[in-house]
Design a protein around this ligand. Structure first.
Ligand SMILES: [Zn+2]
Length: 257
C-alpha cells in the first residue's frame, strides 16, 4: 500500500531550508528535529513545504528522534493558525532531523519511524540534514540533505529517495520567528536537563560543579548560536537596506523621463 502512494516531489522554500540548517548546526553532539508544514497536491503527489516547527528534545540519546503526540498536536495547531492567516490549506507534511558527523542516509530506526508516520499519512516525508562532515578534499565542513520515504520491499523496509527542490524565497515573518525562538528553546532544554539532575543531589560540592557546567553550557549557546545568528541577521538587514537604496535610485532615474 505504501509503495503505490509514494510522493513524487518535494519543494522546500529557501527560508525553511535556512531554518533547518541553522537548527542542525546548533549542536554537533546530538541529533535535532522538527516538523515540516505546507500544502500538498494530493493528485500530483507533490509537497510544498513553506514553514516548520522546531521541536524541543527531552530525550537526548543518539539515534532516538521520537516525536511525542503532544508535539504533533502543537505543530498541527501551528499549521492551523498559519492556514487561517495565509488562507491556504496548511498542514504538517513531514519531519526533519540532523545527522551530525555521520552520513546523510536514514538509519534502520529512521526508516522504521518513517514507515509508522506513513501509515497515518501516506504522503508524509522525512528530511535528514547531515552536518559537520569534514570533506578532506575541499577542507571544508559540508552539509548534505536527503528527502525520503519508506517502502516495503518483500520482507524488508527500505528507503525511497524523493526528488527535492529548494525554491528561492525571501524570509517570511513566521520563519524568522522560528530562528528567533531557537536560542530560547536551546536554553530551556539546558535548564530542564540540569533541573532533573539537581533534584536527586544533596551534596553541595556536586551542586556547585553542576552549576558551573550549566553556566558553561549557557555561555556556549550564546557564543555559538545567538551571536552568529545576530551577526547573520544584521548582515541580511544591511543587504536588504542596500537593495532598497538601489531600487529607490532606479525609481528616481525612471521618473525623470
Ligand atoms: Zn537519523
Amino acid at each position: 500500500m505504501i509503495s503505490e502512494n509514494y510522493l513524487k516531489r518535494v519543494n522546500l522554500t529557501a527560508d525553511v531550508y535556512a531554518v533547518c540548517v541553522q537548527h542542525a548546526l546548533t549542536t554537533e553532539k546530538q541529533e535535532i528535529m522538527g516538523l515540516l508544514i505546507g500544502e500538498v497536491d494530493e493528485k500530483e503527489r507533490v509537497s510544498n513545504i513553506s514553514a516548520c516547527v522546531i521541536l524541543h528534545r527531552s530525550d537526548k540519546q543518539p539515534d532516538r528522534v521520537e516525536i511525542s503526540p503532544e508535539q504533533l498536536c502543537t505543530a498541527s495547531m501551528h499549521a492551523e493558525q498559519l492556514a487561517k492567516k495565509l488562507n491556504k490549506p496548511m498542514r504538517v507534511l513531514g519531519w526533519y532531523h540532523s545527522h551530525p558527523h555521520i552520513t546523510v542516509w536514514p538509519s534502520h530506526v529512521d526508516i522504521r519511524t518513517q514507515s509508522v508516520y506513513q501509515t497515518m499519512d501516506p504522503l508524509f516525508v522525512g528530511l535528514i540534514f547531515s552536518v559537520f562532515q569534514y570533506d578532506t578534499r575541499n577542507h571544508k565542513n559540508q552539509i548534505q540533505v536527503t528527502c525520503f520515504q519508506a517502502y516495503q520491499n518483500g520482507s524488508e523496509l527500505e528507503r525511497r529517495e524523493i526528488a527535492l527542490t529548494v525554491k528561492a524565497s525571501s524570509f517570511q515573518n513566521y520563519n524568522l520567528e522560528g530562528i528567533a525562538n531557537l536560542t530560547k528553546i536551546l536554553i530551556q532544554e539546558e535548564i530542564d536537563s540540569h533541573e532533573t539532575q539537581d533534584n536527586d543531589i544533596q551534596d553541595e560540592l556536586t551542586c556547585l560543579h553542576n552549576d558551573a557546567f550549566k553556566t558553561l553550557a549557557l555561555v556556549h549557546i550564546v557564543s555559538k548560536v545567538a551571536r552568529p545568528l545576530c551577526d547573520d541577521l544584521e548582515e541580511r538587514k544591511r543587504s536588504v537596506n542596500q537593495r532598497i537604496k538601489e531600487l529607490e535610485h532606479l525609481k528616481t532615474e525612471l521618473s525623470k523621463d
